[in-house]
Unconditional design. Structure first.
Length: 140
């Protein structure tokens, strides 16, 4: 019987990739979204159709096709979240690390712990930016 629809991207795994994907699927601490992506790629490597894999894994054929294509193009790095629209980050990873270190290793004068705004003032950050990356009210 002839196949219908667009052809699937050919997917083959190296031994290292297969071991990494299987490890993430087995690990209980792996986020479920990542584990599902890993299961999709492992099933794709077996040669099953997107529709069959989606039904078996509780996903959609579109999602299976998307993760297959991203894996073929970017390999394991393609399973992560891609950059989204919006403005670029204003706080670097190094700055975040410095804030976390200061929070854990010191206390402010006349207080038992840092508030979001007192830490922002101390580190020269905007008072409206919290450590969780959300925007709060007025600074101060």
């Amino acid at each position: 019987m002839a196949r219908t629809g667009r052809p699937k991207a050919e997917l083959t795994l190296s031994d290292e990739e297969r071991a990494a994907l299987e490890g993430w699927v087995r690990r209980r601490s792996t986020p479920q979204a990542w584990a599902l992506r890993c299961r999709i790629i492992l099933a794709c490597a077996e040669g099953a159709s997107n529709k069959d894999m989606a039904a078996r894994l509780g996903s959609t054929p579109h999602a299976v096709g998307r993760w297959r294509a991203r894996f073929v193009q970017y390999r394991i790095a393609g399973l992560g979240d891609m950059p989204r629209s919006g403005g670029p980050r204003t706080v670097t990873d190094e700055r975040v690390t410095a804030v976390v270190a200061r929070t854990l290793e010191s206390t402010p004068k006349n207080a038992t712990h840092w508030s979001t705004r007192s830490m922002a003032r101390e580190m020269g950050l905007s008072g409206a930016v919290t450590l969780a990356g959300r925007v709060g009210g007025s600074s101060g």
